[in-house]
Design a protein around this ligand. Structure first.
Ligand code: PEP
Ligand code: MG
Length: 325
């Protein structure tokens, strides 16, 4: 099986009816970068910068941050790397800050909410990113946005750091692109103002589904109760993709959903043309997409969503070839 995937490695992902889907890898630690080559990833679609903070005993300094980000850019070579700024809080805790006790951490002080309240921390990280990407392409992604104002403030901080680098005589990045994670339902239904400001969008399906279904992704009692391959969830994901297309902004889906073969086929049929996943999922997803008739699955899904079909996943698997699978 490994050999089958290795044979696919250098071929781009393409559905049976000729739809091209870009597959990138999620990463966060140096060790994961070593798998980039063998996975056939077209870049790093999501670099989770908080991992470095979670495995350190103390707050990583500027140099440690610059070194890691530069290593990621080196590993990717000509391929793009999307750096997500710190997404701490909720399930991601660091050992060296006072334990935050919140009754509902997933609904609490996390991601950019913390990043805006602790601008020193965010500015420091943005400084490291700008320095690491000196002379190269810099893609910055801000997590856990609910309101356009939050994205606006985050972008402004990046602008300050770009000017700071210039003033201090550092070669600026060759290009700068800024995106936001779409992972709250509120933003999914009113993404317009953020889309106007953004260069790209990444749908954080793990959190988007958690908040959409009001089911803690960490709680095994409820995490399995809802299914993203269902009429409400797919309707939402289609709406989001349409909004991004209308705004002319490239969008990908990261989150575990994108790395599962059936789900990846469904996302392609809903119109997503870029998916980011664990490196090990790229081979299996590429193979599944190769057997997909995206147009046929797209019309099957449109009808199922319109009819609010219960047990959609089961019906889809039963339809099989008739649904384009
Ligand atoms: C997500 O929410 O889907 C996502 C990719 O981010 P994380 O899993 O790190 O919250
Ligand atoms: Mg998330």
């Amino acid at each position: 099986r490994r050999r089958v995937y290795a044979g696919l490695r250098d071929a781009p992902a393409m559905t049976r009816d000729g739809v091209r889907v870009a597959l990138t890898a999620n990463a966060g630690l140096l060790v994961e970068l070593m798998r980039l080559e063998e996975s056939g990833a077209e870049g790093i679609g999501l670099f989770r910068t908080e991992f470095q903070f979670m495995v350190s005993d103390t707050l990583p300094g500027l140099k440690a941050q610059i070194d890691l980000y530069a290593a990621a850019l080196d590993a990717a070579g000509d391929r793009p790397v999307v750096f997500r700024t710190l997404d701490l809080g909720s399930d991601k805790v660091v050992p060296y800050t006072r334990a935050l006790r919140e009754p509902n951490p997933a609904l609490g002080w996390r991601g950019l909410r913390m990043g805006l309240d602790r601008p020193g921390l965010t500015r420091y990280q943005l400084r490291a990113l700008v320095r690491a990407a000196s002379g190269r392409a810099l893609n910055v992604l801000f997590p856990m946005i609910t309101e356009p104002r939050e994205f606006e403030q985050a972008r402004a901080m990046l602008d300050i750091e770009l000017r700071h680098a210039e003033r201090h005589g550092h070669t600026p990045p060759a290009s700068v692109r800024v995106g936001f994670m779409l992972e709250t339902p509120a933003l999914a239904f009113a993404p317009g103002p953020c889309l106007d400001l953004a260069d790209f969008v990444s749908v954080g399906a793990n959190d988007l589904m958690q908040y959409f279904f009001a089911a803690d992704r960490q709680n095994p009692r409820v995490a399995g109760r809802y299914d993203p391959v269902s009429a409400p969830a797919l309707g939402l994901l289609r709406t989001v993709r349409e909004a991004c297309d209308r705004a002319g902004k490239p969008v990908n889906v990261c989150g575990e959903l994108a790395g599962r073969p059936l789900e990846a086929c469904v996302l392609a049929a809903l119109g997503y043309r870029a998916l980011s996943m664990a490196a090990g999922s790229i081979g299996p997803v590429k193979r599944a997409l190769g057997g997909l008739d995206a147009a046929r699955l797209s019309s099957w899904l449109d009808e199922a969503i319109a009819r609010q079909r219960p047990d959609l996943r089961k019906a889809l698997l039963a339809a099989g070839e008739n649904a384009g699978l």
